[in-house]
Design a protein around this ligand. Structure first.
Ligand code: ADP
Ligand code: TRP
Length: 338
């Protein structure tokens, strides 16, 4: 098994990123390395230039995100951690795959439609070909499994379509260049909602900082945010069904369950009949217990740019080595002389 996933280095991580994505990466790292497989995790800095950005901010965010991933438990001895820009094979393979990806496929991507909005003429070409770079990320390493959130499913399907068409068009049937990757989308899909609005996803782009828990928040701030979180006046039910129509209550119970590695039913068994006056302090305490150590490791690491650059450079060297055979085979299949 070879596992790969990426995340854009856009600002600090929040609880949604941690519970929805990164914690899964850490789990897979344990499982896959026990089976002799390899995990690759990277910061998608090349993807980040598809939207207007501040170069100095991108550099800072890339290092901060590397620190956050290590603080969350990505072990750089077992997993390969790097940023795309240090592995030029990503950009090279994207160009080679641009000959295979079809305009029609890219036009149907919901992320393109959402992010370009009404201003398609003014959107960058990189935003349009974003999914081809993502296909290159995955296909470059003969990746078998890609842990991602539900929102990335369509991009993974595109990567499979590109791989299939390339294999069909340019390879002998018994010697395909690319492996078709499978997405891994967590079932209990930890979808963490805003603390201010149970119908909106917790997101770094929410203008209110009170809507999210950041990995940089200290214990005081976490306590404050949980205390101010929107709720309803009802006590907690004894069964999960009782949370229907109570988006905010369901979100807080869901966060508790995910952090405690319990089911929602288990949590409700313990808190049935209690009001938020009792539940919220318990939730805040659990949050501080689970996120406090991550916060401390992050704070210690983030200032050390040299150490972070060294981690990313070492990861990139290993990634470049793994990428070479597939990149060479892609050039050769297309008849490109080098
Ligand atoms: P944001 O919505 O804050 O901009 P991104 O889109 O950069 O976050 O997502 C980075 C990763 O974190 C993705 O894998 C995404 O699926 C996951 N993620 C982001 N927000 C949440 C959330 N509220 N709940 C669960 N997972 C999330
Ligand atoms: N597009 C992904 C996101 O926004 C990040 C990403 C880039 C990625 N390349 C990838 C994820 C390859 C998985 C595999 O979250």
């Amino acid at each position: 098994m070879r596992v790969l996933s990426g995340i854009q280095p856009t600002g600090n991580l929040h609880l949604g990123n941690y519970l929805g994505a990164i914690r899964n990466w850490v789990r897979m790292q344990e499982e896959i390395s026990a089976q002799g497989g390899q995990c690759l995790y990277f910061l998608a800095d090349l993807h980040a230039i598809s939207m207007p950005h501040d170069p100095a901010q991108l550099t800072a965010n890339t290092r901060a995100m590397a620190a956050a991933l290590v603080a969350c438990g990505i072990d750089t001895d077992r997993s390969i951690l790097f940023n795309q820009a240090r592995v030029p094979a990503h950009a090279e393979l994207q160009w080679l795959l641009n000959g295979t990806a079809r305009m029609g496929w890219l036009n149907r991507m919901t992320q393109w439609k959402d992010k370009a909005g009404k201003n398609r003429e003014g959107a960058s070409a990189a935003l349009f070909t974003y999914p081809v770079l993502q296909a290159a990320d995955v296909l470059l390493y003969q990746t078998t499994h890609v842990p991602v959130g539900e929102d990335q499913k369509q991009h993974l399907e595109l990567a499979r379509d590109v791989a299939q068409k390339f294999n069909n068009d340019y390879c002998a049937p018994d010697a395909p260049v690319f492996t078709l990757p499978e997405p891994i989308i967590p079932k209990e899909a930890a979808r963490i909602m805003s603390l201010r609005d149970g119908s909106a996803k917790m997101s770094k782009s929410d203008p209110s900082d009170m809507s999210r828990i950041n990995l940089t928040d200290d214990a005081d701030l976490m306590n404050q945010k949980v205390k101010k979180a929107r709720t309803d006046p009802e006590p907690l039910p004894s069964e999960p069904e009782g949370l229907e129509g109570r988006a905010e209550a369901r979100n807080l119970v869901g966060i508790y369950a995910t952090l405690a590695n319990q089911s929602v039913a288990d949590v409700l068994r313990d808190f049935a009949g209690q009001g938020f006056g009792q539940f919220k302090p318990a939730l805040a305490e659990l949050m501080v217990e689970k996120l406090g150590p991550i916060n401390q490791r992050f704070t210690a690491l983030r200032e050390d740019s040299a150490a972070l650059d060294a981690i990313l450079a070492k990861g990139a060297e290993r990634a470049r080595e793994l990428a070479t055979p597939t990149l060479d085979a892609s050039y050769a299949a297309l008849g490109l002389c080098r």
